[in-house]
Design a protein around this ligand. Structure first.
Ligand code: S3P
Length: 176
């Protein structure tokens, strides 16, 4: 099977959907943020604080290269992985890209806690909604590079997984 790569803004459900999708398909699941944290021996906010965002993006790039060399995996990316066009190109070669989207309200609800998402915390000058809106607008064209997009705002994780499975069948990635 080609890899199935989940991209999308923070709080759109990439990790929970990816985990559930991989178990349904009986294939490996790779969560990029988790893998980066394991390899660095640090949480992402610490990497940003101690080494800076550029260093984090380098770790991300290296991991995309390694993950793109394999097949049969569901890969959940970080919200900013698609900022590097080389990452999108690697993913396009190795698999099918699915974007999870969500309304500003849904993202706000899911990312309320400060201290875990440095990019959002940095953009948040006292108005979290404005920060989400601004970052979403800035990135919207990057997420449009996906083969297929699902708005997860009103869907349960199971419904998102079922929608992805149906799409993969229409694309012949999975057999009907
Ligand atoms: C980031 C999103 C995060 C994580 C890092 C940077 C971003 O992942 O990779 O904090 O730039 O949008 P999630 O989308 O899983 O929160």
């Amino acid at each position: 099977m080609k890899n199935v790569i989940l991209i999308g803004f923070m709080g759109t459900g990439k990790t929970s959907t990816g985990k559930m999708l991989a178990s349904k398909l009986g294939c490996a699941f790779m969560d990029m943020d988790q893998k980066i944290e394991e390899e660095a021996g640090m949480r992402i906010p610490e990497i940003f604080a101690q080494q800076g965002e550029d260093y984090f993006r380098q770790l991300e790039r290296g991991l995309v290269e390694r993950l793109s060399a394999r097949r049969n995996a569901v890969i959940s990316t970080g919200g900013g992985t698609v900022k590097n066009p080389a990452n999108v190109a690697s993913f396009k070669k190795s698999g099918i890209i699915i974007c999870l989207s969500a309304s500003v309200d849904a993202v706000l609800e899911r990312t309320m806690r400060h201290g875990t998402r440095p990019v959002l915390d940095r953009a948040d000058q006292g108005d979290r909604r404005k920060a989400v809106e601004m970052l979403m607008e800035e990135r919207k064209d990057l997420y449009k590079q996906a083969d297929f997009t699902i708005d997860t705002s009103e869907l349960s994780p199971l419904q998102v997984v079922e929608t992805i499975v149906r799409y993969l069948k229409t694309r012949g990635v999975l057999h009907a």
